[in-house]
Design a protein around this ligand. Structure first.
Ligand code: NAD
Length: 472
């Protein structure tokens, strides 16, 4: 078996290598390229919280990659593996991702070295509030400067605590709730944020299947119906992507690889049932909708049409990339393919839809939430009934001319758009136009060759233009 030469790079080096490859196709000065690439600042915080009768010291990070636009934006991860290199790599990806999908943010990322499962809810709340306090004193959480969101190990609950703590510290700031996104809807969140990243993965795949040339490159015919998919990680992103693709597009999820084991079913796994089973705390072995086996990091190499790594970075590396059998990999997680593996897969002809594009649904809908928060009004509130009244008038006028409509069509046509409808439409539009920008770059510069390099190229060009226009 041939192997990529040399040593595997760490996550940040991998991102830098991919960045440099794309940058080499631009005519931007090397000095400006260097400015765009480097991470502006990383803050390490160590703080103590008294729990279970003794002081526990926690280490957290908030990295700001680029402030060319503010606020800077990026999730907060709770995991024992969090470290400075990882946070910096993720912050860099946030800068490029935001530029690619045209949301007006710089990139940032945070992490706390903690296994959330080691602590009960009350303890986690105290730890999160203290972490928020440490970030807030340094403006590393702030509605106009730095806006965190959920990531691995965090969700609506943690965002609610962070928002509440920030608001208590800044009780005269009318925009205080815009300090984080991914909040519960009743606390200023937005409909569709929880599903957003997985929904974006679905929209990205739908867009891929609208392009015959890309389908041909990857060796596909038809649409998503019946395509065999393997998913790694059935958390927020993996669950929503797998659920929508199987329930709405007719794809078959033939394997789910999780921390506790691997579930396989060639006929297609019922994702909702599996997710509820895992959530209930039942042993995975007891799941009846597929064959369950021990955890296996190589389960992602089994035969399938599409592979969706949706857990963590570096899972496809120089030692297993040769074994990957999927025709298409859509990177729902950040950085699941190392730079070495990327080269092996490209040489093998595997089509890769890169993380920077594929999982941009989260930051896109976070942007909508932030706009809603600083606008202090729910999307659609002013126009929904007005729109309905006009649509009803039209239907009634046509019916008066004896034109007949089914009840279903009439209802669907008349109904004004809800916040969720608008969020999904805005996300779909974002995913389609970013895809088209990537394709446009590839058409103009065929030497870019692949989607990842083209996505980096679009992002780098956009950020460079920003700096050049302000005289840097
Ligand atoms: P999550 O914590 O909700 O889910 C992660 C899932 O992966 C969990 O079910 C976990 O058990 C599983 N997992 C962890 N290690 C595994 C392993 N070695 N093998 C198999 N399964 C494993 O996290 P998430 O929010 O879904 O994030 C997943 C990925 O998506 C991360 O890379 C994150 O940075 C990226 N992402 C998330 C968002 C978001 O909105 N949540 C947005 C953009 C990108």
């Amino acid at each position: 078996m041939s192997q990529a030469s040399g040593k595997e790079l760490n996550f940040r080096q991998s991102v830098d290598l991919m960045f440099n490859r794309a940058a080499s196709f631009t005519d931007i000065s090397p000095k400006l390229i260097e400015k765009i690439r480097v991470c502006n600042a990383t803050y390490t915080v160590r703080f103590g919280v008294k729990l279970r009768g003794e002081v526990h010291t926690f280490t957290g990070y908030r990295s700001v990659h680029s402030e060319h636009k503010e606020p800077v934006k990026g999730g907060i991860r709770y995991s024992l593996d969090v470290n400075q290199d990882e946070v910096e790599a993720l912050a860099a990806l946030m800068t490029y991702k935001s530029a690619l999908v045209e949301v007006p943010y710089g990139g940032s990322k945070g992490g706390l070295c903690i296994n959330p499962k080691d602590w009960n809810e009350e303890e986690l709340e105290r730890i999160t509030r203290r972490f928020t306090f440490e970030l807030a004193r340094r403006d590393l959480i702030h509605p106009s400067l730095n806006v965190p969101a959920p990531d691995m190990g965090t969700g609506e609950r943690e965002m609610a605590w962070m928002m509440d703590e920030y608001r208590r510290l800044n009780n005269t700031n009318i925009d205080a709730i815009a300090c984080v996104t991914g909040k519960p809807v009743h606390l200023g969140g937005i409909e569709g944020r929880v599903e957003a990243t997985g929904r974006g993965v679905q929209y990205a795949l739908q867009e891929f299947f609208r392009h015959d040339d890309d389908k041909k490159k990857a060796g596909f015919r038809g649409n998503l119906e019946g395509k065999k998919i393997i998913v790694q990680g059935l958390g927020n992103v993996g669950y929503h992507a797998a659920k929508f693709l199987s329930e709405e597009d007719g794809a078959k999820i033939i394997a789910v690889s999780e921390r506790a084991g691997v579930v396989r079913n060639e006929k297609g796994i019922n994702i909702e049932k599996l997710y509820q089973h895992i959530r209930s705390g039942e042993d995975l072995d007891k799941f009846e909708g597929g064959k369950v086996s021990d955890p296996d990091p190589e389960a992602i190499c089994a035969a399938c049409d599409i592979l969706i790594p949706a857990a963590l970075e570096g899972v496809i590396h120089m030692n297993n990339a040769h074994n990957v059998k999927a025709k298409l990999i859509i990177e729902a997680a950040n950085g699941p393919v190392t730079a070495k593996a990327d080269k092996i897969l490209r040489d093998k002809g595997v089509f890769i839809i890169p993380d920077m594009y594929a999982n941009a649904g989260g930051v896109t809908v976070s942007y909508f939430e932030w706009v809603k928060n600083i606008g202090h009004i729910r999307f659609g509130r002013l126009q929904r009934r007005n729109q309905e009244a006009k649509q009803r008038l039209l239907i009634e006028a046509l019916q008066a001319k004896d034109i007949k409509f089914s009840k279903k069509f009439k209802q669907e046509y008349i109904d004004g758009a809800s916040e969720l409808d608008l969020v999904r439409a805005g996300l779909d539009d974002t995913m389609r136009s970013a895809y088209s920008n990537i394709k446009g770059a590839l058409e103009e510069n065929p030497e870019l060759e692949d989607m990842r390099t083209a996505a980096f190229y679009v992002a780098i060009s956009d950020i460079a233009l920003h700096y050049q226009s302000i005289g840097l």
